[in-house]
Write a protein that binds this ligand. Structure first.
Ligand code: NAG
Ligand code: NAG
Ligand code: NAG
Ligand code: NAG
Ligand code: NAG
Ligand code: NAG
Length: 782
């Protein structure tokens, strides 16, 4: 998004006290109906009775056609933009399409207003942290809670019903300022996250109804904001067909096909010389044609203007308007289409029927949301109000999410957990040790309240607090002696270091991966001064090169907490003192600083190119040294993982279009030559907790295909998280979809299933091979 509204750090808010006054307000609220007026089809407006589009018994497609049939061209054009016009003659109010709910209802976007009855909303951990939980039921549950709060705010007139979240771009480069918003670097993980969160938000209701409408963005190959003089408004991402199909598009496809998302947003950048918002191949043909989007396509804010004004993609603004509508764009976040579409129609560059198609897609979503069904309070979710926002249960889930997302990176000699009997005094040091809004990252709202790390640790022990540096930039070492003195006096030292939005943010990619300024020196000096064990807690969205701390025996433990949300400080303390056993795993590779010089951010290739010294990207293709690998994460117990049952041989049914001569030489089957859609493999696994503390374990399953013209890199194909009480064993099943997970993508972007031996790797060190055979007789598993 173009316009960044920073969360206002002074806008604090205390949990609501239900005083007599509040109870009075409550009765006014319900009695006087201060809730939102109906958006359309107000039963008290006699005018609307005659409109077919208001009749809930009529199918939505007919209601949409009826409404569009009543509009003039000028009216239609004013509905193509995010601040859609009111149409008083039809009893329709204006509507602001732009609201956000990346990890809680956000105050980014003009559709949402905090204040009055809605001073705050539950602020969950930033997405990169939640992704580290590898828990798809958590992701869906967060979506459910966020959409409860969003509906409540809508009913109270404080928010819209269309949320341009989540951001599911692949975290391709560690410098990306928006990496924090994403579920990480792996396509299978990101796709699963997208589908789960969207299902939670949209309500997953029977029929076509939507609780709120989610939006997967930014389609596609968008993951550079501003690097070395190249910005997202001018960047032309050169992406091969293989990387597009195998990596960049995967989360979007999952979002549409599995999540049934109601919207996709096209990005600012170009892909192979075409702005994504004006490319019919990737919009009309792929999202709508191939994936069958049931919903609308929206531009990133001012994308259409950007493709004309910044990229000079078309000669005239009318051509820019016409090209994007014809490519499949339905809604402009911005004013460009409102200003230029009428003239474009007059010049014959785009037809009124193209405009009708766009409106049919947006209006159908509004109808599925119930916006044309009259009185909101009588509809599903109509009972939700301010009492349903920031509830204790919602805030508890924010705490649980932070617990589940925290990753224990190092625990030398088992110095963690600390004990509140042995570590009575803890020195709490560092620029992020007493922060609040830093913990919620970007695209946040106003939280219900905060527990800072200092406050959280203070619940377990006496604390001595020293900032060490004025802020994360840490431009001087003036406070270092005071920090060392604190560490000398305490039984244990916790340094809370890392980044914030001044270092990594929208429009701000990082230039390095090391801790900023003098932070490293502070950690080094404090660790040497500490009387007791030293723990380093890193708050950041992207990875940080902390090789120095990994090697340093004086720094006993390292935790990565991402941006852990409103309850972050409580969660950090619970892990430090062992009331929570950490189980998060890194959703991205932690590269060393030296990686950056070899990987220009503008190089979109996933695969390494050794001849040119290009190292490749993510654990799937990068083979160089890492600080911590994808999937890394320790716990306070030990797990013993065993494979108890898995198929060894799978027969793929072959379509009759393929004859036996071809088959006898084939080393892979194209997906459309084998009916693998319903074919899945089940891996039955036992996980034994061999320690003394209850814990959770995430089983990651990777697969390595046989060698061929594709790359035989190991890739994640499935994961499952399981809670295992100490001393017990749990049996789980990890299911793999053959089409989706066993296939590889060739250089032409074609998916195939390689025949022969595939190596499955379960966890760190369990291997199992499965062989795939083409079979003209149909599927046989043994
Ligand atoms: C957040 O921290 C700042 C700086 O300590 C403080 O001024 C502000 O009141 C805090 N906000 C909330 C909501 O606690
Ligand atoms: C939408 O916003 C633009 C820019 O602020 C304004 O010029 C226009 O009048 C607004 N349209 C409506 C329908 O409110
Ligand atoms: C499980 O615990 C036993 C006893 O503590 C130990 O001998 C064994 O090596 C452990 N197994 C694993 C896989 O850690
Ligand atoms: C098998 O298919 C190939 C490729 O389509 C074709 O060239 C060949 O003639 C076919 N052979 C038979 C026996 O049908
Ligand atoms: C996943 O998250 C949900 C919601 O917090 C929780 O109830 C469940 O126990 C988690 N699963 C595991 C295996 O930890
Ligand atoms: C499992 O397979 C992987 C990939 O083929 C290999 O690198 C690893 O050494 C194997 N591990 C064991 C324990 O056999």
């Amino acid at each position: 998004m173009y316009y960044i509204v920073m969360a206002d750090s002074n806008n604090s808010f205390k949990p609501r006290v239900l005083s007599v006054l509040a109870i009075l307000c409550l009765s006014f609220y319900t009695n006087l109906g201060e809730a939102r007026r109906p958006f359309a089809c107000d039963p008290s407006n006699k005018l609307t009775k005659s409109f077919k589009f208001c009749r809930t018994s009529v199918p939505i497609s007919e209601r949409v056609t009826d409404l569009i049939g009543r509009l003039t061209l000028q009216e239609k054009i004013l509905l193509l933009v995010n601040n859609a016009t009111a149409l008083p003659r039809l009893g329709i109010e204006s509507y602001e399409w732009w609201s956000e709910a990346l990890h809680g209802v956000s105050n980014v976007g003009p559709g949402t207003k905090f204040g009055g009855d809605f001073p705050g909303a539950t602020s969950f951990p930033q997405v990169i942290t939640t992704a580290a939980s590898f828990n798809d039921s958590l992701w869906e549950l967060i979506g459910q809670v966020v959409s409860d709060e969003a509906r409540a705010m809508y009913n109270g007139g404080a928010a819209g019903l269309t949320y341009w979240s989540p951001n599911v771009n692949i975290l391709r480069d560690p410098r990306w300022g928006r990496g924090q918003e994403t579920p990480g670097e792996d396509p299978v993980l990101a796709s699963k996250y997208a589908a789960s969160y969207v299902r939670g938000l949209q309500g997953n209701a029977a029929g076509n109804k939507l609780k709120v409408a989610a939006c997967c963005k930014h389609y596609t190959a968008y993951d550079l904001d501003n690097w070395n003089g190249v910005d997202r408004f001018h960047f032309n991402a050169k992406v091969g067909k293989q990387d597009l199909e195998e990596t960049y598009n995967v989360p979007f496809k999952g979002c549409v096909l599995e999540g049934k998302v109601a919207s996709v947003m096209c990005s600012y950048n170009q892909v192979n010389g075409k702005p994504t918002c004006a490319d019919p191949d990737i919009l009309k043909n792929t999202i709508r044609g191939e994936w069958g989007l049931n919903g609308y396509i929206v531009s990133d804010c001012d994308s259409v203007s950007v493709l004309y004004d910044n990229q000079h993609y078309t000669r005239t603004p009318e051509e820019a308007a016409a090209d994007s509508i014809k490519a499949g764009l339905d809604l402009d976040c911005g004013q460009f289409l409102a200003v230029h579409t009428e003239e474009a129609v007059k010049r014959g560059l785009v037809t009124e029927s193209n405009v009708n198609n766009a409106l049919a897609n947006t209006i159908a979503v509004q109808m599925r949301l119930g916006m044309f069904d009259g009185e909101p309070s009588t509809q599903p979710f109509g009972n939700l109000g301010y009492k349903d926002v920031c509830t204790p249960a919602h805030q508890q889930l924010a705490l649980e999410a932070a617990h589940q997302g925290i990753v224990l990176l190092k625990n030398h000699g088992g110095i963690l957990p600390l004990s509140n009997t042995r570590h009575k005094t803890v020195a709490v040091i560092g620029p992020n040790s007493d922060v609040n809004v830093t913990m919620i990252g970007n695209y946040a709202g106003i939280a219900c309240g905060y527990t800072t790390p200092l406050q959280g640790i203070g619940r377990y022990s006496r604390t001595i607090h020293q900032q060490g540096c004025a802020d994360v930039a840490c431009n001087d070492n003036e406070q270092f002696e005071a920090a060392e003195a604190a560490a000398k006096q305490a039984d244990a030292t916790v340094l809370v270091m890392g980044l914030d939005q001044s270092i990594e943010a929208e429009s701000r990619d990082r230039t390095g991966l090391l801790l900023p300024g003098y932070q490293q020196e502070l950690v080094f000096r404090v660790a040497r001064a500490s009387r007791g064990p030293t723990v380093l807690v890193l708050m950041s969205g992207g990875p940080v090169d902390v090789s120095f701390a990994k090697k340093d025996p004086r720094i006993g433990a390292i935790l990565w907490v991402g941006y852990p949300g409103q309850a972050g400080g409580a969660a950090i303390a619970d892990v430090l003192f062992g009331t929570t056993n950490p189980g998060g795993k890194l959703p991205m590779t932690w590269y060393p600083e030296s990686y950056l010089a070899k990987a220009p951010m503008t190089n979109m290739n996933m695969r390494a190119d050794p001849a040119r010294g290009y190292p490749g990207r993510t654990y799937r293709f990068y083979r160089g040294p890492v600080v911590f690998p994808f999937g890394h994460g320790l716990t306070f117990t030990t797990f013993d993982v065993k494979l108890v049952e898995a198929p060894a041989r799978v027969s793929l049914p072959v379509s009759s279009a393929v004859n036996s001569t071809v088959l006898s030489t084939a080393n892979a089957l194209k997906l459309d030559h084998t009916n693998c859609n319903s074919l899945s493999l089940g891996l039955h696994i036992t996980v034994k907790n061999n320690g003394t503390m209850d814990g959770v374990h995430t089983v990651l399953v990777y697969s390595t295909p046989p060698a061929g013209k594709w790359s035989a890199a190991k890739k994640l194909v499935g994961f499952k998280k399981v809670h295992v009480p100490a001393g017990t064993e749990q049996r789980i099943m990890v299911g793999l979809q053959v089409c989706q997970h066993v296939s590889v993508v060739d250089q032409f972007g074609v998916r195939r299933i390689p025949l022969g031996q595939h190596q499955l790797q379960i966890g760190e060190d369990l291997n199992h091979s499965v062989s795939f055979h083409a079979d003209l007789r149909g599927p046989i598993k043994s």
